[in-house]
Design a binder for this molecule. Structure first.
Ligand code: ZN
Length: 317
């Protein structure tokens, strides 16, 4: 029996059947580079590193793409707080990420595209969506009209009506539906910006993955991966954009790893319990971290504790 993967889109395990025999084309959402990567990222990275290695082991020629989100509100806020540029912040955390990846022993991806280096592809995709009548402009912003895509909600199994009813009260009145999401955002003074048919601005988060995955892997490609927290809205929105633009599925299979808690609590800034990869690797061997991560099924929630890690670490305490 060949490789079986639980496909989030199908809601069941399915045989892995790539479009072209012997080739596996995989896209995994990477990090937003505004801070050090943490142990939650390590879980996703190690999960898809195992998938990557196993596909290579099975004899596939693997094309593995993982992006960097290097323009985003959080990066801009950090740059403002540090009186530096968004570019400098992104550059610093990309370098850190590369060092963490090497320390974790991850296989290097075939491609590591950055959003800021793919503005032409991003703008072209938004233009196409506008042409198809599924995107609309509001004062220099461009939104995707969720109601114009009949398959919206198929990955997360959400209904548009329920989402609209549950949408927050302070809805942006300029949008046709509260669920509509930004493809392009007009830039404010001092923010990074690119020239576009809609004026100076920058892309929304979701559109970069649609543009970059299709550029490097075609559409549809074989496997799209990421953390479970990305199913909605990020991956749901990627599907809506890409499928509305090209009338083809975005990816044949979707694979998501489970959440990671720390000592039975959600990892969060406010609880002050965020553990960075470099912090952990200063105290433990990378092999111990890898072994510990693989001790939970990748789709199950995992409760991370340093005691659990100590047990696997052969380094003298
Ligand atoms: Zn993504």
């Amino acid at each position: 029996m060949g490789l079986q993967i639980y496909n989030t889109l199908a809601g069941k395990k399915e045989p892995f059947t790539p479009l072209k025999a012997g080739e596996a084309r995989v896209y995994v959402c990477g990090v937003t580079v505004y801070d050090s990567s943490h142990v939650g990222h390590a879980r996703a990275l190690l999960t898809f590193d195992a998938v990557y290695r196993y596909l290579v082991f099975l004899g596939y020629s693997v094309h593995f793409v993982r992006n960097f989100t290097d323009v985003d509100d959080k990066i801009i806020r950090r740059a403002q707080a540090e009186s530096t540029t968004a570019e400098a912040v992104a550059g610093r955390y990309i370098d850190e990420f590369q060092a963490d990846s090497r320390a974790l022993g991850l296989l290097p991806p075939t491609e590591e595209p950055k959003a800021t280096e793919h503005m032409a592809e991003i703008i072209e995709l938004i233009r196409r969506l506008e042409e198809k009548g599924v995107a609309y402009r509001v004062e220099g912003d461009v939104y995707f009209s969720v109601e114009s895509f009949p398959g919206y909600g198929k990955l997360s199994r959400k209904k548009i009506e329920d989402l609209e009813a549950g949408a927050r009260v302070e809805v942006d009145e300029r949008k046709k539906s509260p669920m509509d999401f930004a493809l392009w955002k007009a830039s404010k003074p001092g923010e990074p910006s690119w020239a576009s048919p809609w004026g100076k601005g920058r892309p929304g988060w979701h559109i970069e993955c649609s543009a970059m995955s299709t550029k490097y892997l075609g559409q549809p490609f074989d496997l799209h991966g990421g953390g479970r927290d990305l199913i909605f809205p990020h991956h749901e929105n990627e599907i809506a954009q890409s499928e509305a633009a090209y009338g083809l599925p975005l990816a044949r299979a979707w694979m998501h790893n489970g959440f990671l808690n720390i000592n039975q609590e959600k990892m969060s800034k406010s609880l002050g319990n965020i553990l960075s990869i470099r912090d952990i690797l200063s105290r433990h061997e990378a092999a111990a971290l890898r072994h510990y991560m693989y001790s939970s099924h990748y789709r199950s929630p995992m409760d991370f504790s340093e005691q659990g890690l100590d047990f696997r670490d052969h380094r003298p305490l």
